[in-house]
Every structure is written in C-alpha cells, then in structure tokens.
Design a protein around this ligand. Structure first.
Ligand code: TPP
Length: 253
C-alpha cells in the first residue's frame, strides 16, 4: 500500500520533502533516525542539490537510508564510510558527499577511518548518530555508552575498570586541523530539530566552499534497546546524555 493512501492529506501536519521517498521507514516507532533523515532531505531540497548529493550509508540500523532519500548513494562496509566518501568526493569534486553513521560504526570499528578523513580535511559532511548503543544487533555496549548504563553486554551497567570510559569522539574530532565545523545537536523537540537542520545546512554550505570536514553529531535515543517508551527515552537522554555530551558548537571557522 502506498503511504499516500495511509495518511490523508488533511491529517498531514508537515509537508513531505520531495527528496524523501514514499517508502515506509523500517525504524522502530520513536527512533530518531527518521527525524534526522527528514532534516537532511529538507536541507538538500532547500539548497536545490538533489542531483548533486551522494550519501554514504553505514552498517547499522540506518544501512537502508538509501531507501528513504531520493539521491545517489553508496553503501560502505562497517565503519568505512569516511574512506568511501573520500574517494567519492575526490573523484566527483562538484558533488556534495556526506556520510551517515552510528556510534558503533563511527566510533568503534571505524575510528581509524573517521579520524584520518577528518585530519586530512576531506571536504565531506559527516552526520554522526550517537544513541549510546549498538541498535541493529540488539543493544550491545557502544564506545559512547554511559557509565552505569545497562546494555546487553553490560547487564550490571558499564564499569570504567572493566569496560573503559565513554568516548567523546566529537571532542577529539574538534581538535583535528582538518575539521572546519564540529557541532553536537539533538532532535527531541521542534526547537532542537530546527537547530540541527541549521547545523546540517551549514555543514553542506561549508562543503561547497571547500573549507574542510564538517561534523554534525546528533545525540539520539534508541528507545527499543534502552527498553523505554519513546517519551521516557527522550527524558532519559535529556537527564543523562546531555550532561555528559553537552550540546552546541565546538568549532566553527
Ligand atoms: C565487519 C562487521 N562487524 C560487525 C558487524 C555487526 N554489526 C552490524 S551493525 C553493528 C553496530 C551498529 O551500531 P551503530 O553504528 O551504533 O548503529 P545503530 O544500529 O545503533 O543505528 C554491528 C556491530 C558487521 N555487520 N560487520
């Protein structure tokens, strides 16, 4: 059944960006991925760059991002999106190239790729979805899992002595000479989603000016694996994630 037949036009609160396809998203109800997809689609539409944008999808829940945004895509092996984006942007310098990566993908298996792509200052945009857990594989500990947080692999809560400390990779990225814009945002309400959209737009504009790598972290929920309702997951994120991962720009030059 087509999505148009499910949602009556009069019940649509927001218009759908033409860059979003009509495919029904596979994400869990309450998941932040769909909101961030929508913001990226709106930015691409408003900048008029649908035919000039290439996304690199990761391994993780958002592996199927290519089904939802009607642009060109490549799909990378786990963690390798920044390497693929590097090649794509160098071969097609007139295109806008972005990676879309989870915290397992970007901050664990793909740490080397993201650090070196950012240090080289590749003219790409990185959208980093930090939900503090491995979503797709069933809720194992991620590098960004908070101390004390219960996951499938830390059933008694993450312990620093056993599991190490949560990784503030965005702070590390901000130290690298190659990055021009590094920011941490969120999408739990309309105001924060608007800010994130502005940040994504700025990142794409930087890319056109060849200023270096733009990095947009979005602190997100994974209510299914956190085992909370969508509303409670948002509350938990505000109370626990934001103090450790404070929102705002870390670098803008
Ligand atoms: C080389 C390789 N190692 C491990 C996996 C298993 N795997 C698939 S997704 C994933 C973690 C994804 O977590 P994250 O990047 O945080 O994204 P999310 O699903 O939470 O959006 C892992 C470990 C894989 N597919 N390939």
């Amino acid at each position: 059944m087509d999505i148009k037949d499910i949602i009556k036009p009069e019940n649509k609160v927001y218009g759908k960006s033409p860059v979003l396809t009509d495919n029904i998203m596979h994400y869990c109800p309450g998941c932040s991925h769909g909101t961030v997809h929508k913001l990226i689609a709106e930015v691409i539409d408003e900048m008029g760059i649908q035919d000039k944008t290439i996304g690199i999808s990761p391994v993780g829940c958002s592996v199927f991002a290519y089904n939802y945004l009607d642009i060109d895509w490549q799909q990378a092996a786990h963690g390798r999106a920044p390497a693929l984006a590097t090649a794509t942007k160098r071969l097609c310098p007139d295109k806008y190239v972005f990676t879309y990566q989870g915290d397992g993908d970007l901050a664990s298996i793909g740490t080397a790729e993201i650090i070196h792509a950012c240090n080289r200052g590749e003219n790409i945009v990185v959208i980093f979805i930090n939900n503090a857990i491995y979503g797709m594989t069933g809720g194992q500990m991620a590098p960004t899992t908070l101390l004390g947080q219960v996951t499938a692999t830390t059933p008694y809560g993450r312990r620093a002595d056993l599991n190490g400390f949560p990784l503030k990779i965005t702070e590390l990225i901000a130290q690298l000479e190659g990055t021009c814009y590094v920011t941490r945002q969120s999408v739990q309400n309309a105001a924060s989603a608007r800010k994130t959209k502005k940040a994504i737009r700025k990142a794409f504009e930087n890319s056109a000016m060849n200023k270096g790598t733009s990095f947009v972290e979005v602190v997100c929920t994974c209510n299914s694996n956190w085992k909370l309702s969508p509303v409670k997951a948002n509350q938990w994120m505000v109370e626990n994630m934001f103090p450790f991962y404070p929102l705002g720009d870390m670098k803008d030059r």
